[in-house]
Design a protein around this ligand. Structure first.
Ligand SMILES: NC(=O)c1ccc[n+]([C@@H]2O[C@H](COP(=O)([O-])OP(=O)(O)OC[C@H]3O[C@@H](n4cnc5c(N)ncnc54)[C@H](O)[C@@H]3O)[C@@H](O)[C@H]2O)c1
Length: 268
């Protein structure tokens, strides 16, 4: 039986680092024929695509792309389609975290995060859908977060951006699945990537390899919401089934974060 990714052409944004790089590598391991890697980091993109091209028989094509620019995303996606005349997967993964006390979230930060985390995904989705509808197939996988499934104090801008991605992805699945298109959205808890900047990732963070493997397994199963690890699924279940207990736990988290900001200047 041919694997779901074998011989396929994929686009991954934010592919020079973290989960995007992990997805690119695991797609090649699972037999993808070409992966078009979009990222704004020229150096990381060149270095990682060269490494992957030396290690795997599939091809990694670096395309310098700013996902906040529709024309650049359209160029990335058309390059992938032109490779072999079909576009099988688009992973709209590029995004950035944001955890701050609300009084420090300026209007520019709101705009910046919405532009990147929401419009970056919109640009990939908006461009890929007409191509996939014409083909009658294609799978779009968007990056959200546990922070889009449940509310989290000190993350209002981030949760707003990720909740938008989740509901957009779900709506598109219910609208376009009848035409042969598939949509998935992945919602991780903490994954050890450079997203944490200068902070050491929290102790519960899982590896990029485990995250990429889990996401692709679930994409292959055509899961709509891909929530992981188990602690994320537990929090989401608690939010839906026992709101009183959820409120109690999140209020405790809010108090811990407030204290951490007061004493250490960071949230954990
Ligand atoms: N790491 C986690 O714990 C975690 C948890 C939940 C959700 N996520 C989500 O997963 C996705 C990937 O995060 P990560 O942890 O791998 O982060 P990362 O910082 O390691 O990688 C993000 C990549 O996106 C690229 N990027 C940033 N702005 C871009 C732009 N405008 N255009 C193109 N590329 C751009 C960066 O250069 C970087 O290579 C994000 O959407 C993030 O919100 C991550």
């Amino acid at each position: 039986m041919t694997g779901y990714f074998e011989g396929k052409v994929a686009v991954v944004t934010g592919a020079a680092s973290g989960i995007g790089l992990g997805l690119t590598e695991h797609l090649l391991t699972r037999g993808a024929r070409a992966v078009y890697m979009g990222d704004v980091q020229a150096e990381g993109l060149a270095r990682e695509s060269e490494r992957l091209n030396n290690e795997y028989s599939g091809r990694a094509f670096p395309v310098l792309t700013d996902v906040t620019k529709l024309d650049q995303v359209a160029e990335l996606i058309s390059a992938a389609k032109a490779f072999d005349g079909h576009l099988d997967f688009v992973f709209n993964n590029a995004g950035m975290g944001m955890t701050l006390p609300t009084e420090q979230i300026t209007f520019d930060i709101w705009r910046f995060i919405i532009d990147l985390n929401v419009m970056g995904v919109v640009h990939g989705t908006y461009t890929a859908i007409p191509i996939m509808r014409e083909q009658g197939f294609g799978h779009i996988v968007n990056a959200a977060s546990m922070a889009g499934l449940v509310p989290i104090p000190y993350q209002a801008v981030y949760t707003a951006s990720k909740a938008a991605v989740i509901s957009m992805t779900e709506s598109l699945q219910y609208e376009l699945n009848v035409e042969g298109l598939q949509f998935s959205v992945f919602c991780p808890g903490n994954v050890r990537t450079p997203i944490f900047g200068d902070l050491t990732p929290p102790p519960d963070a899982i590896s990029v390899d485990d995250a990429a493997d889990y996401i692709l397994d679930e994409v292959e199963k055509k899961s709509l919401i891909i929530a992981f690890p188990q602690t994320t699924r537990d929090a989401y279940a608690l939010y839906r089934t026992d709101r009183q207990e959820f409120d109690r736990q999140v209020a405790k988290l809010g108090a811990e974060r407030r204290e951490n900001y007061r004493t250490k200047g960071t949230y954990f």
